[in-house]
Design a protein around this ligand. Structure first.
Ligand SMILES: [Zn+2]
Length: 309
């Protein structure tokens, strides 16, 4: 057994609660997140607001927090005439801000996961929710390789504990990430997919097939689902359990529905109701639960209340 094999299970030991949504929480704090590069704007102009959101989630009970870097990539920045060095710096800065929030509570063990959105997130057109990209497989590898290399070479204060490849729409993108990770067996990574139904990822492959594929990568420490309607979770957790024995991580949306025609959210999501569902997801086999779009610290507080610590 290599040292990595013995350390990996320890990394997520006792880790149960992930944080919730970043963008909506920044809005509540008065940050201007309009525009496709909202995170860049806030990372550079109002870093204290990002630290405040991290602190709110840690105080709500999160054991892992995700960096505010979902849309940070060289390709996304280049589209707006921004220098690749600025994207790399923003990625590292996002880790430093999360670390700053975690270090303020030294009695707690808080992990930092670098949020790495899919290729579609850098296109700013919702392509991550269908995964029908026009790029080549090599373009996908290169897109992910750039951010992996920056994080793998980061100084300790800007090094995350894990890399979170999230809102993945397709098997092809997961396989491209596996290739981009190959030179870095020492990294710890989770893969979470976005699913429109009880069985498939957005592009149409089965979640079971995707989970089986990523379970084979030496870096994989957890596999799951995010940015998905919570009603689908029990069936999707069963698919993940059938695919591998890796820890399962789920962070669905709040339960509100996006009305694309009216361009607004409809329905409601009570934090208490989210906690009741989270208890069912823990019982079904999820090890780590957080929240994605429209979830807030109150939701994470409820998750922490039902987490089997
Ligand atoms: Zn989401």
């Amino acid at each position: 057994m290599s040292p990595l094999d013995t350390q990996r299970p320890v990394l997520l030991h006792d880790i149960r609660v992930l944080d919730g949504g970043m963008a909506s929480e920044l809005e509540y704090l008065g940050a201007n997140i309009n525009g496709p590069l909202w995170s860049a704007h806030v990372l550079e102009d109002a870093p204290e607001k990002i630290v405040a959101v991290h602190r709110a989630y840690i105080e709500a009970g999160a054991d892992i927090i995700e960096t505010a870097s979902y849309q940070v990539s060289r390709m996304g920045y280049a589209e707006f005439g921004l220098d690749p060095g600025r994207a790399d710096a923003a990625l590292l800065r996002s880790v430093a801000l999360a670390r700053e929030a975690a270090d303020a509570l030294p009695s707690r063990r808080i992990l930092i996961a670098a949020s790495l959105g899919p290729y579609g997130a850098a296109l700013h057109n919702g392509a991550e929710y269908h995964g029908n990209y026009t790029c080549t497989f090599n373009d996908l590898i290169e897109f992910h390789r750039q951010r992996i290399n920056v994080l793998a070479a980061a100084p300790p204060a800007q090094t995350p504990d894990l890399l979170a490849f999230e809102t993945l729409p397709s098997l092809a993108e997961a396989e491209a990430i596996g290739q981009a990770l190959a030179p870095h067996p020492e990294l710890a990574v989770w893969f979470t997919f976005t699913c429109p139904d009880r069985e498939h990822v957005a592009h149409g492959e089965s979640l079971r097939q995707c989970a089986t594929a990523v379970a084979a990568f030496p870096q994989t420490v957890a596999i799951g689902v995010n940015c998905t309607h919570p009603a689908l979770l029990p069936a999707l957790i069963a698919e993940l359990r059938a695919a591998s024995d890796k820890p399962i991580i789920v962070y669905p949306n709040s339960g509100e529905d996006w009305d694309a025609q009216a361009r607004c959210w409809t329905g409601t999501s009570e934090p208490e109701a989210y906690g009741v569902k989270a208890a069912q997801w823990f019982a079904a086999g999820a090890q780590i639960i957080g929240g994605c779009c429209r979830t807030r610290p109150a939701h994470i507080h409820e998750v922490n209340q039902v987490a089997p610590h």
